[in-house]
Design a protein around this ligand. Structure first.
Ligand code: NAD
Length: 477
């Protein structure tokens, strides 16, 4: 049974209690994880603090970088093993799980190189002074991770925090944590000192809450739902602990009549079916200029009908959803849409080999979705694409910005000036023009406007969030 990883030791929860690990492809339990509580978080925070004030704090930036690159190489060596773990735990088709393992190695490679490039500044001030700024690590950072991309989100969050000189206590999702326990073991094998990376598993309302409230946590990086993001921020506010929130999205793909539809269609499809639509930056709305609305809906519909859904190991277009409650959530949205008279234009199909006990959902294309309907406003977190027409550029911008989210947007047009106008006016943390990367790009700062969160992870920018700035003014005459 996989155990917590604290102080470079594998240990059971203090309570001795466990939770089952369920395979989404057949809905059956196949392992157990510790059901931890505040005592386990406390042990992890103490181990992390000892490490920060001891061996980790003594490393210089280049030495930290060498450890991170060693971990990157180790992850690459174990990519097949990590792919297999993630595939079964999350129900990911092989190519998706393999892409996540590759991205994890790449995050550690990127942040390894960044360790000794992060520096402060010297500032002009009064005569007789020298003023400089230092970028200092927060200390012990807490990382609360969701189930949809455990390896990728660990890579961007923990990779950035370590590069900036912090040590980490990680609370993965109770629905998917096995790969992260393994990565922490691999980190110990390449020489990370005890306490640098600690993994504590269990329920969010128990162990996640304990992490958010722990006085020894100096910064929290939370990736998950807006609702839990609010709870985390409230808990952190009690002790003025800085927080980065990476929350949900309702990201639009905006397609103008002059777009290259041959290029756009496969990207639009992938952006909603990747990871069975369980992606914060899924392109879950497609806004189409009225002149090509019928044509594009027809072509998207044909592509949807060809999509096949099945067990992760079959490596089809779409795997299962993470759990039964997620499946029910998607059914709920679809039955509300049906009750509102929203037309289902097309859907993919679940293959015969898929066990009935698995959590499958065929991708669905909905057309003429009213902007105020909840399927156009809220995260479905399943493979459901809502299409709606727009009349002109002004209308497109208005629809694009008409949700409480602002994570990513795609703009499809050959008009160069319009590309810039749209990129300026759409309120989202990333805008892709004539392409779309669901969360794409290790190097690219990522994060939200509005209810999609605040702060940025990924890229070099993340390192500013994982450090605090000290100004030193020296009067020397
Ligand atoms: P969730 O908010 O339910 O859970 C996220 C994490 O928070 C889990 O580890 C969970 O155990 C923990 N948690 C739950 N309740 C808690 C509490 N009271 N206190 C502390 N921790 C608690 O989200 P989820 O269902 O795992 O993931 C899906 C959500 O994550 C979606 O909204 C999605 O958009 C979002 N997400 C955002 C990004 C991004 O980068 N913006 C990336 C991936 C997922």
């Amino acid at each position: 049974m996989p155990l917590n990883f604290i102080d470079n030791q594998s240990i059971a929860s203090a309570s001795g209690r466990t939770l089952p690990v369920i395979d989404p492809s057949d809905g059956q339990p196949y392992d157990e994880i510790p059901r931890s509580d505040g005592r386990d978080i406390d042990a992890a925070v103490q181990a992390a603090r000892r490490c920060f004030e001891g061996p980790w704090g003594k490393l210089n930036a280049a030495e930290r970088g060498r450890l991170l690159i060693a971990l990157s190489h180790k992850i690459a060596e174990h990519a097949n093993e990590l792919t297999a773990i993630e595939q079964r735990d999350c129900g990911k088709p092989t190519k998706q799980a393999a892409a996540d393992a590759t991205a994890l190695a790449r995050y550690f490679e990127f942040y390894a190189g960044a360790c000794d490039k992060l520096h402060g500044d010297t500032l002009p001030y009064q005569n007789g002074y020298s003023v400089l700024t230092w970028r200092e690590p927060h200390g012990v950072t807490g990382h609360v991770i969701p189930w949809n991309y455990p390896m990728q989100i660990f890579g961007r969050s923990v990779g950035g925090a370590l590069a900036a000189g912090n040590v980490c206590v990680v609370k993965p999702s109770e629905d998917a944590c096995l790969s992260l326990i393994r990565v922490a073991q691999l980190a110990a094998e390449v020489g990370f000192p005890a306490g640098a990376i600690n993994i504590v598993t269990g329920y969010g309302h128990e162990v996640g809450d304990a992490l958010a409230r722990h006085a020894g946590i100096d910064h929290i990086s939370f990736t998950g739902s807006p609702k839990v993001g609010t709870l985390i921020q409230q808990a952190a506010a009690e002790r003025h602990c800085p927080v980065t929130l990476e929350l949900g999205g309702k990201s639009p793909q905006i397609v103008f009549a002059d777009a290259d539809l041959d290029a756009a269609i496969p990207v639009i499809i992938n952006a909603i079916v990747q990871n069975a639509g369980q992606t914060c930056s899924a392109g879950s709305r497609v806004l189409i200029e009225r002149g090509i609305y019928g044509q594009l809906i027809g072509r998207l519909g044909k592509a949807f009908e060809a999509l096949r859904v099945g067990p992760a190991a079959m490596d089809l277009d779409v795997g299962p959803l993470i759990r039964h409650t997620q499946q029910q959530r998607v059914w709920d949205f679809l039955s509300d849409a049906q009750a509102a008279g929203i037309a289902t234009i097309a859907q993919g199909h679940v293959v015969d080999e898929a066990p009935e006990t698995g959590f499958y959902q065929a991708p669905v294309l909905l057309a003429d979705v009213p902007v105020a309907h909840r399927v156009a406003q809220e995260e479905v977190f399943g493979p459901v694409l809502s299409a709606m027409p727009f009349d002109d550029e002004e209308h497109a911008v208005q629809l694009a910005n008409a949700t409480r989210f602002g994570l990513v947007a795609g703009v499809w047009t050959r008009d160069g000036a319009r590309q810039f106008r749209l990129a300026r006016r759409v309120k989202s943390g990333q805008v892709f023009v004539n392409n779309y990367g669901a969360g794409g790009g290790v190097e690219l700062p990522f994060g939200g406007y509005k209810s999609s969160g605040h702060g940025r992870e990924k890229g070099f920018e993340a390192l500013y969030g994982f450090t605090t700035l000290k100004t030193v003014a020296i009067r020397h005459g």
